[in-house]
Design a protein around this ligand. Structure first.
Ligand SMILES: [Zn+2]
Length: 214
């Protein structure tokens, strides 16, 4: 029975409740933001339920909103759905690419998996990735990721590479200083994301929901 459910991608009653619990925990964009972008969530599930609790997702969104405030950007949830079967363990490039079939609309797609494997030669664990499919980047987040991983991957979506700024959440070098709690995007990175965002808007990968309020 479970196998049938998994193949059909149908959530159990319990998991439907979990899916439904995510959106109410995540507020719409702060009305003060000049830009508001929608995020479509695809959350993997196993026989034990969703791979992360609703509060885990709400926390990732809230932290992303904090780090993007200097760019005057906010994020809100467009919708939440169960990710395609198999998404609970993303091992290969082919699996990452296949997620593109679920990608439509002018929203940022975020897939949440229990485990995300490296697809290059590196042996470092992978907590998240911004993966190019269909002329855009989707985000795949591991349930094992840091609470700032979504913000980091959104930085990639907005065009940032990894950096060496000590303050930056795009700097992957292990370091003591500055303290982890104080790290965010470097001023130079905030400036660089502006043109990156404009490119995404021009190419209709995303749309600014804040403009609808005018
Ligand atoms: Zn990265």
């Amino acid at each position: 029975m479970l196998a049938v459910l998994a193949i059909c991608g149908v959530a159990s009653a319990k998991d439907t409740a979990s899916i439904d619990a995510i959106s109410p925990l995540t507020p719409p964009c702060d009305p003060a933001r000049a830009y508001c972008f929608a995020v479509q969530l695809h959350v993997a599930q196993t026989a034990d339920g969703l791979v992360v609790p609703p509060a885990w997702i709400a926390n990732q969104l809230a932290i992303a909103n904090q780090h993007f405030a200097p760019l005057d950007v906010g994020f809100q949830i467009a919708g939440v759905q169960v990710a395609p079967p198999g998404t609970e363990h993303v091992r290969t490039r082919a699996q990452r690419n296949a997620l593109g079939s679920a990608v439509t609309g002018r929203v940022i797609h975020v897939f949440v998996t229990a485990q995300l494997e490296n697809v290059d030669q590196s042996t470092t664990p992978v907590f998240g990735v911004a993966w190019r499919v269909k002329q855009r980047k989707i985000i795949i987040l591991s349930a094992k990721s840091w609470d700032r991983t979504l913000a980091h991957e959104l930085g990639h979506v907005f065009g940032l590479p990894h950096s060496t700024y000590p303050i930056s959440i795009m700097n992957k070098t292990p370091r003591e200083e500055p303290a982890r709690e104080t790290r965010t995007f470097a001023d130079e990175e905030v400036a660089a994301m502006g043109p990156g965002m404009k490119r995404l808007l021009r190419s209709k990968v995303i749309e600014n929901l804040a403009r609808r309020r005018d």
